[in-house]
Design a protein around this ligand. Structure first.
Ligand code: AMP
Ligand code: MG
Length: 427
């Protein structure tokens, strides 16, 4: 049997970041920047007011105080609007709004709260520091600054910065377009009526959701019957405009294991037995340049295989440097055992282990490869080494966090010493 690590290494060696292209900001959100981005414009673009108030010469109000206020005539009004303001003469003030361009001559903005707020003349009761309340051109970003390096994941703040810099279409690695195909003549689309021997197709929904969570754009093609011709035809169709194909079912040793029948003949997809549970039968290959992941049909096997092999591959295709789920050292709440010769991934929920102690992993239910409810209740996969035999309660093992990284760190982080907080965030 092939090891999980060897299979993952083969997959990661066969996929790389998708070719970069410019995408509008809405589509670039969640993508990884493909090249260093240097500012071609400054931020702010011009000197402007940080407050609603009065632009003036600081020297004119240098002696102002509560007992000896200074009154200046107000000669204009500058809104945050297009246009070039007229200069402010010494001995006068101009009313100015936040974000409005600073008029020539003025060296200070006195906020409205320090004045009587009038429009014909203004009385200032407090002396400002020269330069007060002025946002200088380029103080945030100067022309030529490296603002976002290649490899940076574009979240809300990065998208905002790109827009502020007037970059409409940054060059990014696009999200992989993924086709999800479930196979099985027994499958019925969710919401349908089940006859004898039929089950609802859950894999295509689960794997599509997992692929979306991994950042892919997903097309779901459900319930391909176990007919080699039907499967081959559909596979031919989906490969256009697709960066990866994920199938479920039909890779075992059954009489109607159609995925294996069709793709083994093509010669580029290898079907192997992996030293893992769940998910022993697996296939992977690159067909006409498109990676094809053929996952086993049992619902827990399909999703665990997705976690271990497909998610890292999709993240690599997105150009992310960090492709793996975070892991934590945990202790077992009850005795557990690996399947003989196979590394097991048990469905567990982590509880706070108390101050300075690792979280405690509780099995969430039946560990059969068909028992989806235990996976749905889990927030981690407990990794039980193949050679571990029976592992008693209270033993330290590693768990793969399935939860949102930040949530898990927040929930369990307080109880963890810093060296156990091995949590990768973001890119
Ligand atoms: P297979 O790998 O095709 O032999 O399927 C293994 C087990 O998983 C069988 O019990 C199937 O009925 C079940 N199964 C296969 N595909 C799906 C699916 N899309 N949704 C739910 N269960 C499935
Ligand atoms: Mg089947």
């Amino acid at each position: 049997m092939k090891s999980v690590d060897a299979h993952l290494a083969d997959i990661l060696a066969a996929v790389g970041p998708l070719p970069p292209r410019p995408l509008p900001l809405g589509s670039a959100h969640g993508c990884v920047l493909a090249a260093d981005l240097h500012a071609t414009t400054a931020l702010p673009g011009f000197d402007n007011s940080a407050m609603d108030g009065y632009a003036l010469h600081a020297a004119d109000v240098a002696g102002a105080g509560p007992d000896h206020p200074v009154t200046l005539p107000v000669t204009g009004d500058i809104p945050a609007a297009p246009g070039t303001p007229a200069p402010v003469a010494p001995g006068t003030a101009v009313r100015i709004m936040t974000g409005a361009p600073l008029p020539p001559g003025a060296d200070t903005v006195v906020q409205i709260e320090w004045t009587d707020g009038r429009m014909d003349q203004v009385t200032v009761a407090r002396a400002p520091v020269p330069g007060q309340n002025i946002r200088r051109a380029g103080e945030d970003v100067a022309v030529g600054d490296l603002v976002l390096p290649a490899g940076r994941l574009l979240g809300a703040a990065q998208i905002g910065l790109l827009a502020a810099l007037n970059v409409a279409a940054p060059t990014v690695h696009p999200r992989p377009r993924v086709a999800v195909l479930s196979t099985g003549s027994e499958l019925v689309e969710v919401g349908g009526t089940l006859g004898p021997g039929q089950i609802v197709d859950s894999n295509s929904h689960a794997v599509a959701a997992a692929a979306r969570e991994a950042g892919a754009r997903v097309r779901r093609l459900a319930g391909v019957p176990d007919s080699p011709d039907a499967f081959a035809a559909l596979l031919g169709d989906v490969r256009t405009d697709t960066d990866a194909v994920i199938t479920t079912g039909g890779v075992s040793v059954g009489a109607f294991d159609v995925v294996k029948q069709v793709l083994a003949a093509a010669g580029t997809v290898r079907f192997e037995r992996l030293a893992m549970r769940p998910g022993m039968p697996q296939g992977f290959g690159v067909l006409d340049g498109v990676p094809v992941f053929t996952l086993p049909g049992n619902p827990v096997s399909a999703l665990v295989s997705f976690e271990l092999f497909v998610r890292p591959a999709l993240r690599r295709m997105r150009g992310l440097a960090s492709v793996h789920r975070p892991t934590l050292v945990v202790t077992t709440a009850q005795p557990v055992r690996a399947a003989a010769g196979r590394r097991s991934y048990l469905r567990v929920r982590l509880a706070d282990g108390g101050e300075g102690r690792p979280p405690v992993a509780h099995l969430t239910g039946g560990q059969g490869a068909h028992q989806l409810s235990a996976l749905a209740a889990a927030d981690a996969l407990l990794i039980v080494p193949a050679d571990g035999g029976e592992v008693p309660a209270g033993r330290e093992l590693t768990a793969l966090l399935l939860d949102d990284e930040v949530t898990a760190a927040g929930r369990l982080g307080g109880a963890l010493p810093a060296d156990r907080r091995r949590v990768e965030v973001g890119g």
